[in-house]
Design a protein around this ligand. Structure first.
Ligand SMILES: Cc1cc2nc3c(=O)[nH]c(=O)nc-3n(C[C@H](O)[C@H](O)[C@H](O)COP(=O)(O)OP(=O)(O)OC[C@H]3O[C@@H](n4cnc5c(N)ncnc54)[C@H](O)[C@@H]3O)c2cc1C
Length: 418
């Protein structure tokens, strides 16, 4: 990979954003024979040596397959890949799990895998450095976009300009480049935040994720290796500062009080981080000489663990669409070519996006009928054949990335809760 210090040659595709979606797309396009350039506003150190950010990303089987096909998965340190074997749901003050999912008794090695986000970002960067076709420019903040009939051009804050047949924005859920392209988005501010922190526990987690829908807040315990879990607390945003201000021991004490006893005594094991929860769905994913990938296209609430996985599914499909167009001698930036990606990505993501938001609503309402309703949903999903089989196999399909009936909620990870 070369650093694009100056504009001496012409890229096929200009990608805005060297996050995990933008870099995975660059790697995928390079492997398909394209020459992608990536423009990233942050300094190089942020991408080359990403800092630990408290996000532990649940990868689905399909997400893992995409990363494997790009040689990215193989670059993840094995010690940082934690299999998710079972998921259990507690509701209210119940100590008995009302809903259970398990990889046991299926052909699956695991329901999915948890990997720290900074490890994924580092692996994406390393894979990019191995592809000479990829150029990355750091400190490159895109401030203008011009989509013309024969080319797209981008201007940086320092005045430099770049041109290509196609621009892809991977500049986060709060994408400015999306706006510059005249594409709106449905934005759902949940007015909730997650506070995440690692804890060490006395007993093995056995790969079990716990989602505890307590009253007032929710706690997810995501099983990592070395008898650690990522504790993910979701609270009304005005209460997040209180959780962040706790001492490590006070924080662990609160987690312990809501946590299943099977983990034994807890101890603090890392810094706390904080993320406001905002869901974003772009009104369209493509236009003439323009496409959106990653969170810029679909920014998911993390409870169903699909944000980055969806980004990777989009990378896979967009690459295939561009490869087919080039093989057929078609313009890779034409709206007609790109619309195939847009339609497929919408079909893959929209039911889960809407279902996730509905689930979040059900599980965050403290209103008594809603509490009863969610308990009924959990009980029916667990106990009533054949509904339980339908729901569970649909969830398994979501996790493995097999097409077919889509469970709207697509509960892939019992990660950060509503
Ligand atoms: C707490 C939490 C838990 C999560 N858990 C999961 C999970 O379990 N499973 C899952 O699949 N997903 C999960 N996600 C979602 C996942 O983290 C995101 O989907 C993913 O990081 C998005 O990557 P991205 O590359 O699209 O965007 P980002 O990582 O936001 O990167 C965008 C990049 O664009 C750059 N940029 C922005 N504007 C400009 C500009 N104008 N010019 C140049 N560069 C620009 C930024 O500097 C940044 O580097 C979780 C998210 C959170 C917050």
């Amino acid at each position: 990979m070369a650093h694009a210090a100056e504009n001496t040659s012409q890229p096929d595709v200009l990608i805005v954003g060297a996050g995990p979606a933008g870099l995975a797309l660059a790697v995928s396009l390079a492997d398909a024979g394209f020459e992608p350039w990536v423009l990233e506003q942050a300094p190089s150190a942020n991408v080359e040596v990403p800092a630990e950010d408290g996000r532990d990303i649940a990868m689905t089987h399909r997400g893992r397959r995409v990363l494997e096909s790009l040689g990215i998965w193989q670059r993840l340190p094995e010690a940082d890949i934690a299999p998710l074997r079972q998921a259990k749901v507690l509701d209210g003050d119940e100590s008995r799990s009302l809903l259970n999912f398990s990889a046991h008794g299926t052909a699956l090695e695991a329901l999915g895998w948890l990997v720290p986000n900074h490890r994924i970002r580092a692996a994406c960067w390393q894979a990019a450095t191995e592809r000479p076709a990829i150029k990355v420019l750091f400190g490159a903040q895109v401030t203008q976009l011009h989509l013309q009939s024969d080319r797209a051009s981008l201007t940086l804050a320092d005045g430099r300009r770049f041109q290509a047949p196609l621009v892809v924005a991977a500049d986060s859920r709060f994408s400015n480049v999306r706006r510059m392209a005249g594409i709106g988005a449905s934005v759902h501010d949940f007015a909730r935040s997650v506070v995440v922190g690692r804890v060490h526990h006395e007993h093995e987690s056995d790969g079990i994720a716990w989602e505890c829908f307590r009253y007032g807040n929710t706690l997810a315990m995501l099983p990592m290796n070395d008898r650690q879990s990522s504790a993910v607390i979701t609270v009304d945003s005005n209460r997040a500062p209180e959780w962040l201000a706790l001492s490590d021991d006070e924080f662990v004490g609160r987690v312990q009080a809501q946590c299943p006893p099977s983990l034994g005594m807890l101890k603090p094991a890392g810094r706390r981080h904080h993320y406001p929860l905002v869901g974003v769905y772009a009104h369209r994913f493509t236009g003439h000489r323009f496409a959106l990938v990653g969170d810029a296209a679909v920014g998911m609430h993390p409870v169903t663990a699909h944000g980055y996985n969806f980004g990777l599914y989009g990378v896979e499909v967009l690459t295939q669409v561009l490869r087919d167009a080039r093989a057929a001698g078609r313009d890779i930036g034409s709206a007609q070519v790109l619309s195939r990606y847009g339609e497929e990505h919408r079909l893959t993501t929209l039911p889960t996006y809407l279902g996730t938001n509905a689930i979040v609503k059900l599980f965050t309402t403290e209103w008594a009928p809603a509490k009863l309703a969610r308990r009924a949903v959990l009980a029916v999903s667990e106990n009533l054949p054949p509904l339980n089989l339908v729901v569970k196999s649909a969830i398994t399909r979501q996790l493995t990335g097999r097409t077919g009936l889509q469970f709207p909620g697509g509960v892939g990870r019992f990660g950060s809760a509503p």
